[in-house]
Design a protein around this ligand. Structure first.
Ligand code: SF4
Length: 503
């Protein structure tokens, strides 16, 4: 995608991937609940939105570019008949940025109609596409979701639904949380390592599958549980319950730790933990690992707020040396020293470095009385290119801060993401190939510290090998060409299935 000057628009940070949802209700149309759920998941994708429903006879679809509120008007929801359906908000991670890749992807084939919403990224999509194209499958997009849809459609010609999904899961390699409609049956699938989140909720008159529990809350539903890695969940057509099939089991999971740190809504519950609490606990750990005594601690709004609150809380209990604070010691003051201008849009159309730097100044304004003449710790969840951090440190110093210390609630990002996050290339990442001291110098901070990977695993209550830490270690949980892996994992051998034009 290029802007009017032919330059590729750039993002200043990481960009959320996609949000998926599926519902099956008892008699009531699914379109409106899907629409509200997509609103709740809007933070996961702002490029396109769509809903596919099925009324027992035929499939209905409305998919377009834009935010949920722009894509759906009253006149667009009414024709989406049927009590079963799926929805999607998309940020493009694979495939081009146009309607051909907007989702849900829908297709009709010999044994029925299929709709597919995908969050994640396959690393062997090209191999499967080439194989299917060679036996006559015609693709309308270059996205990996269509590859899954075609593979599944093909398998459904030969197998029942559960076996067909299992066969496709044996062929695709990468991250996926899927909601699928096969006629008026809605199902959810999570990849065998559970890289992307997906949960099940109970509604008054049916069940819902959604990327995040915040979507279930929006519909006054109850979170039932996460879909397990490698599990297929089939919602019953009368909205009465769901069936579970554990189709694949692996020794280790590979949950994206950045869901907890950055992507998910703080009010969502992932792996039985409220994201807001996880962020606060990461902040507490940050104080334990690298606390520095300053006059004031402040978050970068809004991303650093939960981390800073946990950090400041821990700082009231112990000193930076780990000693219990005595009662006369007020500890570190927690304050909002940076105000966010909420009416500045995303820094998406900011093609040049100069414009990206200006965007920081437009977005954040310091409160001088909190900062002037004081030592300051500023807390954020991550540093990607370093543009924002550099500008922030300068901003605080210009405002009279005598020292600026930067603390980050995650490890340094040193490598790109292949699992569906638009992050940056290695060359663009400020931490790639640099020591912490070099990064500190680059952003002109008085000190800089990140949280360790062990601390992240500890706070999330996981073994390191049950998390994806690819972007902070350079070792991935999938077999990615040219990259290291941290486990024993291989791509499926596609040639093991003999495809011919007639099968
Ligand atoms: S590489 Fe990083 S952002 Fe991508 S899935 Fe793994 S942890 Fe998440």
């Amino acid at each position: 995608m290029t802007d009017g000057r032919g330059e590729t628009p750039r993002r200043t940070g990481m960009t959320e991937k996609c949000g998926v949802v599926g519902v099956s209700l008892d008699g009531r149309d699914a379109a409106r609940p899907l629409y509200y759920a997509l609103y709740a998941l809007q933070h996961r994708g702002q490029e396109s939105a769509g809903i596919v429903t099925h009324d027992g006879f035929q499939q209905h679809s409305h998919v377009d570019m834009g935010l949920v509120g722009d894509v759906f008007g009253e006149g667009d929801l009414n024709p989406l008949a049927g009590s079963a359906g799926i929805g999607h908000v998309r940020y493009p991670t694979a495939g081009s940025v146009d309607t051909s890749c907007a989702q849900p992807f829908s297709v009709s084939f010999k044994s029925g109609s299929l709709g597919l919403s995908h969050n994640g990224n396959l690393v062997n999509a090209d191999e499967i596409r080439d194989e299917l194209a060679a036996v006559g499958h015609a693709f309308t997009s270059d996205g990996d979701t269509e590859v899954i849809a075609h593979d599944l459609a093909r398998n459904l010609l030969e197998e029942d639904l559960v076996r067909a999904v299992k066969r496709t899961m044996g062929r695709v390699h990468g991250s996926y949380a899927l909601t699928i409609s096969h006629d008026d049956t809605v199902l959810g699938v999570r990849d065998p390592q559970g890289n992307r989140p997906l949960c099940i909720g109970e509604l008054e008159d049916g069940y819902i599958l959604a990327s995040e529990s915040a979507a279930i809350d929006t519909l006054d539903g109850e979170l039932v549980r996460d879909v397990r890695p490698g599990e297929l969940v089939v919602l019953q057509e009368d909205g009465d319950g769901f069936d579970s099939y554990q189709l694949v089991e692996e020794d280790n999971t590979a949950h994206c730790f950045f869901e907890h740190v950055y992507f998910a809504r703080p009010d969502s519950i992932i792996d039985e933990t409220l994201v807001y609490e996880a962020r606060r606990n990461l902040g507490r750990k940050l104080w334990e690992e690298s606390g520095v005594e300053t006059d004031v601690v402040m978050p970068v709004p809004d991303s650093g707020r939960a981390f800073a609150s946990g950090y400041a809380d821990a700082a009231t209990e112990t000193t930076a040396d780990g000693e219990t604070r005595d009662e006369a010691d007020d500890g570190v003051e927690f304050a909002e020293g940076l105000m966010k201008n909420r009416y500045v849009g995303r820094t998406f159309i900011m093609p040049t470095q100069d414009e990206r730097e200006r965007a920081v100044r437009l977005k954040l304004n310091p409160i001088k009385s909190t900062i002037e003449g004081r030592t300051v710790t500023v807390i954020d969840d991550s540093i990607v290119r370093g543009t924002t951090s550099t500008q922030l440190v300068q901003l605080l110093k210009d405002c009279g801060a005598t020292e600026v210390h930067v603390r980050i609630g995650a490890p340094e990002i040193v490598a790109p993401c292949y699992m569906g996050i638009d992050m940056a290339t290695r060359e663009e990442l400020i931490a790639s190939g640099k020591s912490i001291d070099e990064i500190r110098d680059a952003i002109s901070a008085d000190s800089l510290a990140y949280l360790s990977t062990d601390a992240v695993a500890d706070v999330l209550g996981k073994e390191r090998l049950d998390l994806c830490l690819g972007c902070v270690t350079g070792e991935y949980p999938y077999d990615i060409e040219g990259e290291e892996t941290d486990r024993n994992v291989e791509r499926p051998q596609l040639t093991s299935r003999q495809l011919s034009a007639n099968d």
